[in-house]
Design a protein around this ligand. Sequence first.
Ligand code: TXA
Ligand code: MG
Length: 314
Amino acid sequence: MTEDLTDGPEGLARAATLLRGGGLVAFPTETVYGLGGDARDDRAVARIFDAKGRPRFNPLIVHVPDVAAAREFARIDARAEAVAAAFWPGPLTLVLPLRDGAGLSPLVTAGLDTVAIRVPAHPLARALLRAFGGPLAAPSANPSGKVSPTRAAHVRAGLSGRIEAIIDGGPCAVGVESTILGLDGPPALLRPGGVPVEDLERVLGETPVAGGSAEKPNAPGQLASHYAPAAAVRLDVTEPRPDEVFVGFGDCPGAALSLSEKADPVEAAARLFHILREADALAGDGGRIAFAPVPETGLGRAINDRLRRAAAPR
Ligand code: TXA
Ligand code: MG
């Protein structure tokens, strides 16, 4: 049975107890809901992979409360310190050299010599990390390859019965996953996300190299088909066909749904995964969804990345 926990002190205490016993607890972050387990416990981490149906070669992000805790698990050079100071807590994950013997389960990093670390900003995520008192491995709380969850109900629909509990913290404010920046070499953008790459460039003083591709993913989770709804997805559509559920951005007469009527990429990111689910439900079995174009700047980059994966052949 999966327990529904509320966001008060009792719910958090119960969640911490479940986590200490090797249980899995879904919790809200500012990006998407995460599926948390003790990152030092092989069995808990193995259960995360099983609950999601996730391939074991795809490493997990370790969530910690602050940069001091991050230093226990990763080597943080001056460049990483500067980026962390600018964006943590917040929707940024850093891939850093792993500190050996720090106690993380080797399953978390899938045997790599790097580790992905994130300091989330959501007050409930932070309270949970404090109550638990250790590092939490947490991928997005959805079955592998499916649409990411931005509400507790999305988590329930995908993972109910497979995990111990869900903490309901309402809808996620950012709505797309964290930006992943590789800093184990020259700065590499491994996944566009909640921190726009333009903001990273200002702090780094350089443009991160584009990292990863469908053929040779640097973030091993960045496989081409992902975020897949049941319906077929077509992108950059200005003239939808009659059999398509049309999702607009900005002024799109006749659109059934809209990512943002005022063409605001921040609002569109926050709504993206919920709208994708709604469009999928409207389209029905074997249905089709068409998305209006979204500009490739700011959060638009993360939105288009997710839409391209949702539209990819599978
Ligand atoms: O916003 C987020 O980052 C959310 C919330 C819950 O924090 N988490 C999330 O986790 O999106 P997940 O597992 O869905 O995506 C993690 C990505 C995967 O693409 C994985 O391959 C990559 O991070 N990753 C993890 N460790 C890595 C490493 N050492 N090197 C390169 N990529 C890594
Ligand atoms: Mg995910």
